[in-house]
Design a protein around this ligand. Structure first.
Ligand SMILES: [Zn+2]
Length: 362
């Protein structure tokens, strides 16, 4: 019997190589007259082209750093308010999209952004639309209502319908120029999103479909894009896999791999996806069950042991961190154990389990 479930994802999705060209029509469909482009210095020339081409683009903001800071978003909110922008277009990775989500939700807010960051006030019902254009194949943020914002070392995961993008334009052409290391880090982040969705206590028949197909696509295409960065078919496959994983974990949330990744990223200065990749094969072994064996077989990896080997192979190939040096601080265990996402893991995440896992990484 099929279990009862609910499903809501109101984000308009435009997927496919070359679909970024549809941005103008998405904005006019949303009746937008002025928009700020939020992007990375790497895409500045593309953003400037848009500015020259169409007066709907009223400004560019390039100040969202990796692990977006509250102060960065406050500057963006200021620019949005001064320019009277009626929409935000975010062209970048997860950090850019998360920062832009937070700012777009606060265009009409009363008072400072800090009150909302601290969840002292509910997000206003009135906001401006966000069009999310991921430039990596990994984040999934373009279809979730999650925004992770930092204040110094304090990291807050905000989950609110106010962060749902109006539209996601997923164009794999952006990913062709990603260096191998970022391709591997973001690709393994997407695999973590897919597998944690498979393991999640909130999984549904629909999320299982998305997540399993995502994992199969990543197994098929991730090594290819490392070997041949301009392989359009494989890049497209990775972008689709990332989108599917995003649709899955938008419902299920992630689990123990992400719970561990936050203290690991902070303590060892690792990018988000690299911190996830560090414990991914460990949790493949810990959470193994018949479903994971089946997904691994269908992915052409033989078994879940083959899936864990695949993760390690990608990490070695791309030069990612595979071990922790020296003794790890007790806060790594306590922070990972008490993180709310640990409760979403099918196997209880105890201090003993984490100590064994982190010891195996030495
Ligand atoms: Zn992630």
């Amino acid at each position: 019997m099929i279990p009862t479930f609910e499903a809501v994802n109101p984000v308009k999705i435009i997927f496919g190589s070359g679909t970024f060209a549809r941005l103008d029509s998405v904005l006019s469909e949303a009746a937008v007259r002025s928009t700020v482009i939020v992007t990375l210095p790497y895409f500045l020339s593309q953003a400037e082209e848009l500015l020259k081409k169409n007066k709907i683009y009223s400004g560019i903001f390039c100040g969202i750093r990796e692990n977006p800071q509250l102060a960065d978003t406050e500057k963006l909110i200021d620019q949005i308010r001064k320019s009277d922008a009626g929409a935000v277009v975010a062209i970048g990775g997860g950090s850019v999209i998360d920062g832009a989500k937070f700012a777009a939700a606060l265009k009409f807010a009363d008072g400072g952004a800090e009150d909302y960051f601290l969840r002292k006030k509910p997000f206003p019902a009135r906001r401006i639309p966000l069009i999310a254009v991921p430039t990596t194949a990994g984040t999934g943020s373009e279809v979730t209502q999650v925004s992770v914002i930092n204040r110094g070392k304090e990291k807050v995961t905000l989950n609110d319908p106010a962060f749902r993008p109006y539209a996601a334009i997923v164009d794999s052409l952006f990913t062709h120029s990603l260096p191998p290391k970022i391709t591997a880090i973001t690709g393994l982040d997407a695999l973590a999103h897919a597998l944690e969705s498979v393991w999640s206590k909130n999984r549904t028949p629909l999320t299982d479909l998305y997540a399993a197909e995502s994992a199969r696509l990543i197994a098929r295409h991730l090594e290819t894009v490392l070997n041949r960065p301009n392989d359009a078919d494989a890049r497209d496959g990775m972008s689709y896999a990332s989108l599917l994983a995003g649709l899955a974990f938008a419902v299920t949330k992630t689990a123990a791999v992400h719970a561990c990744s936050y203290p690991l990223a902070e303590l060892y200065g690792l990018p988000h996806g690299e911190a996830c990749a560090l414990t991914l094969s460990g949790f493949i072994k810990i959470n193994n069950d018949d479903r994971l064996e089946k997904i691994s077989r269908e992915a052409g990896l033989g078994s879940s042991a083959g899936l864990a080997e695949f993760v390690e192979k990608i990490k070695h190939k791309a030069g990612l961190t595979t071990s922790l040096s020296g003794a790890f601080p007790p806060s790594l265990i306590t922070d990972a154990e008490k993180h709310p996402l640990s409760a979403n893991n099918p196997v209880p995440v105890t201090a003993e389990l984490l100590i064994e896992l982190f010891n195996s990484l030495k």
